[in-house]
Design a protein around this ligand. Sequence first.
Ligand code: OGA
Ligand code: NI
Length: 347
Amino acid sequence: MAPTIAKPLLSDLVAQTGQVPLSHVRPVGDRPDLANVDTESGAGIPLIDLKKLNGPDRRRVVEAIGKACESDGFFMVTNHGIPTEVVQGMLRVAREFFHMPESERMKCYSDDPKKAIRLSTSFNVRTEKVSNWRDFLRLHCYPIESFIDQWPSNPPSFRQVVGTYSKEARALALRLLEAISESLGLERSHMVTAMGRQAQHMAVNYYPPCPQPELTYGLPGHKDPNAITLLLQDGVSGLQVQRNGRWVAVNPVPNALVINIGDQLQALSNDRYKSVLHRVIVNSESERISVPTFYCPSPDAVISPAGGLVDDGHPLAYRPFTYQEYYDEFWNMGLQSASCLDRFRPG
Ligand code: OGA
Ligand code: NI
């Protein structure tokens, strides 16, 4: 038998062995309990129609967003303004990218989390003990002129298609941040201003089919370190969010995007809005593609809530910190269910 050569990317490794390698097997007690998940319809996260966000009914939509941020930390949006063909193009080029030959994909590979553009696997292969069932391409997207020349040049339409999607995603993130500011009784521009010179990162996640999904995670339970995440998923289920100690499946809804509050909005809202644990499970039948857009404060932005959100009944939940400080801490901790925010509690 030919000797097996270690493959850096999971999709190539699994193509070679057809098994879950030991590197990806979670210890007993830290595996997804797949039988114990809420999949019933109605248990899902709120679905909010953004059609009336710009019009006389704005207040009602803003209230619905505020309520979802407070109670679930997750919601889905329809009529979000990103054209269907832009969304479909993004998913198509993502699939084409991950279906390219190994040699072509490996041109983008790096295990250095500090690189602005890179293809890698799992989460942080330099530090973690057990790997996750995921390959991912990570791209910095804003300001786009600073990064687009470093993006993959294959498939040939990649830069144009992903560039268009990322601009649309940024416009939607800004509209949501305005609505979220208003829902907290703040100026419309509050959150965007508080975040300083914002950054936008995108991950293109590729979860290959997994012969034994009960042994591993696409991504284990974690909270997003950024301010707000806009998630595009293909038609395959896998995302689950935690509610009242149970995992709830967020099954794809056609043309909807999933929005979730990250740790920075939790801190900026002085704990009113929740950054919630979520995870990805994989399945034996289908590959799954998801494209989260992470909207982030400037590294030097000082994260501290508006004065109006702090009073005797709502004392300051976290000491002020810079996003850079937070992000370094997050990468050092690695993905784990403990909240990184707890390290910034005062006193
Ligand atoms: C993430 C994430 C969810 C998904 O990348 O942080 O939570 O469905 N992704 O891929
Ligand atoms: Ni996440």
